[in-house]
Design a protein around this ligand. Structure first.
Ligand code: ATP
Ligand code: MG
Length: 262
């Protein structure tokens, strides 16, 4: 039975999409069956994998509104073991579209139920908001992975996100766990970077897992989407790709530790 992991932070530009694509790619290249759900109407995961939304008749957002079977709209990425549920091109009405419908927070969970049998890991790339789509993602997820940009205001807004996680646990998804906090865009040349890493580790110490792997600021990671490829395939040896491969290993070690505790 596959695990669903929501990559979420309502703060924009913290590395959610970059992590969704490259962690997925890092696991898929080792034979794990991966489905990436592009729940963000910006469609960055979709375009970052080289898929033009103009050519996709039904994306995840319309499918959820119309209760269309998700199995029928899965696309291949061109990479082995790596499939995607693309974002819809006309997404803007998702909150409006689901407004007033029954079980509107559960649509994604219900849609993914069957797919959990077919994939080892399903990652959901969330929008930078705490709107209904993110509520759907957190309701569908077994765990949440939170990327945090290694910068001065790193912890800002985190209280709101953790508060949302607690609310979801109280009602819609009591089992939701925190997979881990991932520090991204680390600049080792600055003293600030090291200070922020320490601050984040201190903040979560004894409470939540903070990945040992830190994703460096690396220009190859930011170039890859314009070549419509995961960075791991755009430049396999750059520091950013190496970091995401290391993250994939750490993530897998984490899974076996979680399983051994259960
Ligand atoms: P949004 O909230 O808009 O969905 P996001 O959290 O998904 O953003 P990304 O799109 O992954 O964030 O990253 C924001 C920008 O920073 C992108 O242009 C991306 O290419 C770039 N970027 C992400 N990670 C890194 C990194 N480690 N080094 C350099 N650039 C990065
Ligand atoms: Mg994004």
């Amino acid at each position: 039975m596959g695990k669903v992991i929501s990559i979420s932070n309502q703060k924009g530009g913290v590395g959610k999409t970059t992590t969704a694509i490259n962690l997925s790619a890092g696991l898929a290249e080792h034979g794990w069956k991966i489905l990436l759900v592009d729940a963000d109407g910006q469609g960055n995961s979709t375009s970052g994998l080289g898929i033009n939304r103009e050519h996709v008749p039904i994306g995840i957002h319309e499918a959820l509104i119309d209760e269309y079977p998700l199995t029928d709209i899965i696309l291949e990425t061109g990479y082995d073991n790596f499939h995607v549920l693309t974002s819809s091109k006309d997404f803007s009405g998702i909150d409006v579209g689901l407004y007033g419908v029954l079980r509107r927070e559960q649509r994604l969970k219900e849609g993914l139920a069957l797919l959990k049998e077919e994939y080892d890991f399903i990652f959901i790339d969330c929008p930078p908001s705490l709107t209904l789509m993110t509520v759907n993602a957190l309701t569908a997820a077994d765990s949440i992975l939170i990327p945090i940009q290694t910068e001065y205001y790193a912890l800002e807004g985190l209280g709101q996100l953790l508060g949302a996680v607690n609310l979801i646990r109280l009602g819609l998804n009591p089992e939701l766990s925190i997979e881990g906090i991932l520090l991204t865009m680390y600049d080792r040349r600055t003293r600030l970077g090291a200070q922020v890493v320490q601050e984040v580790r201190n903040f979560f110490q004894g409470r939540e897992y903070v990945f040992e792997t830190i994703i460096p600021r690396n220009v190859r990671l930011s170039e890859a989407p314009s070549y419509a490829k995961p960075a791991l395939y755009y430049d396999a040896s750059c520091l950013g790709s190496q970091a995401y491969r290391t993250l994939a290993k750490e993530f897998l070690t984490q899974q076996s530790e979680i399983l051994s505790v259960c």
